[in-house]
Design a protein around this ligand. Sequence first.
Ligand SMILES: *[C@@H]1O[C@H](CO)[C@@H](O)[C@H](O)[C@H]1NC(C)=O
Ligand SMILES: *[C@@H]1O[C@H](CO)[C@@H](O)[C@H](O)[C@H]1NC(C)=O
Ligand SMILES: *[C@@H]1O[C@H](CO)[C@@H](O)[C@H](O)[C@H]1NC(C)=O
Ligand SMILES: *[C@@H]1O[C@H](CO)[C@@H](O)[C@H](O)[C@H]1NC(C)=O
Ligand SMILES: CC(=O)N[C@H]1CO[C@H](CO)[C@@H](O)[C@@H]1O
Length: 425
Amino acid sequence: MVHLSPCWPFLVYVVLPTLFIEARNTKLEEVYHWNLVDYDYPDDTSRNNAIESKNFIPENNVPLGLDVWKDKLFVTVPRWKAGVSSTLNYISLKDNNRSPKLVPYPDWNTNKLPASKIEKGSYAKNTTHLISVFRVRVDACDRLWVMDTGLSDILEEAQQLTGPQFHIYDLHTDTLIHSYVINQSHVKENSFFANIIVDVDPNNCDGAFAYIPDVGSFSIVVYSLRDDESWRVKHPYFHIDPLNVNFSVGGINFQWTDGVFSLALSAPQEDGFRTAYFHPFSSTNEFSVSTKILQNKTLATDPHNFEEFKLLGSRGPNTQASASFLDEPSGVVFYTQVNLDGVGCWNSKKKEYSPEYQHLVASDNETFIFPNDLKVDRESNLWVLTDRLPIFMYKSLDPESINVYIFKGSVKEIIKDTICEIREN
Ligand SMILES: *[C@@H]1O[C@H](CO)[C@@H](O)[C@H](O)[C@H]1NC(C)=O
Ligand SMILES: *[C@@H]1O[C@H](CO)[C@@H](O)[C@H](O)[C@H]1NC(C)=O
Ligand SMILES: *[C@@H]1O[C@H](CO)[C@@H](O)[C@H](O)[C@H]1NC(C)=O
Ligand SMILES: *[C@@H]1O[C@H](CO)[C@@H](O)[C@H](O)[C@H]1NC(C)=O
Ligand SMILES: CC(=O)N[C@H]1CO[C@H](CO)[C@@H](O)[C@@H]1O
């Protein structure tokens, strides 16, 4: 293992190994890494003040979600604990620094916690401040959809500062276009909205739908932009598998009971609708449903439509997956492999779903400890963020070692000569 400590005595070793850190057995290349992230404060004085006032506690800032648009790489930092400077940020891909500072998006002010804490119980109060963002989604219409849980200091003194809501930004102008507070009747006792998946035809931007999995109450909230309305879809396949709640990551054993987590959307099929491949986190099975069902409020909420949701199959033991994403040109779905310190793939064009049809495209018990988010950009590059989250949650991160990595690789190269590739004749 290559540990790069800032107090490493020989400069040459600091420089050389950095260039060669690469996850083993993989065509994913490391682009960024951090021991602890830092932010692009306007000057040293404001940074020092933030540290002194505990508005910035470096060891509490752990990146989680990512997405890419042009030369911006978005990176989220949820407010697990106090002292998170900014929850939504980006890095300029033109920045050649291997550990760049995070730049708050759209600006510092939006990322400030609201000055007056909202009274307990006054749930529906909304704000355009961002409280705690887990994942974001760039859509085909150059918009950024930002899912905010509204919950600060989750692991310490949790406070629901706003209802769970999402915001849509125009990426060309960096301005807020629209916000939507999740209908309170869709928010149940254990609800937790950590992801947002956007389904849109670039020729019909107003007709977008968003699918927001509720990992804690096992449902998907479907949102129609045109109608500015949402409905809550329930299905037994959104639930956990009680035999697959045991996780072991970075030497820590824990049990998580997270339901439906992610939907990977195929290209539009003959009927104009996509196939959504989905899985609960605490499960090793994959399922699918047509977006024709999800997008139609009547069909989606009709319990007689049980059969419209299909079991595809199992990936095999220890293959629990959180985030997933489908690369449209190849049809390949990439998914995290948290118990295997890696990333897996499956080609949706092959139809069959079983362990033999899965491939572990990356696995490394140092650099891939807890793959947390992944996306494929418009040029078919896979991006992966790994962050040692269980160590942060149950022990503490070692500030002397690298805790967060971002990897990138060409989908074509990654799947070459694997079961995920379909060879053209
Ligand atoms: C929230 O959902 C309920 C039940 O579906 C509905 O009656 C109500 O109109 C919705 N509220 C808003 C603000 O959309
Ligand atoms: C849970 O995982 C731990 C660590 O891998 C293992 O020792 C234990 O036997 C597992 N428990 C069950 C019930 O599978
Ligand atoms: C939803 O599906 C029902 C039953 O197939 C159909 O009658 C209705 O027109 C659909 N609604 C929309 C908005 O497409
Ligand atoms: C990581 O993997 C290597 C090679 O398989 C093994 O020697 C080492 O013990 C593993 N380390 C941990 C922390 O599991
Ligand atoms: C997202 C949202 O619901 N925004 C509302 C917040 O409250 C103001 C004032 O009541 C409304 O104008 C916004 O539409």
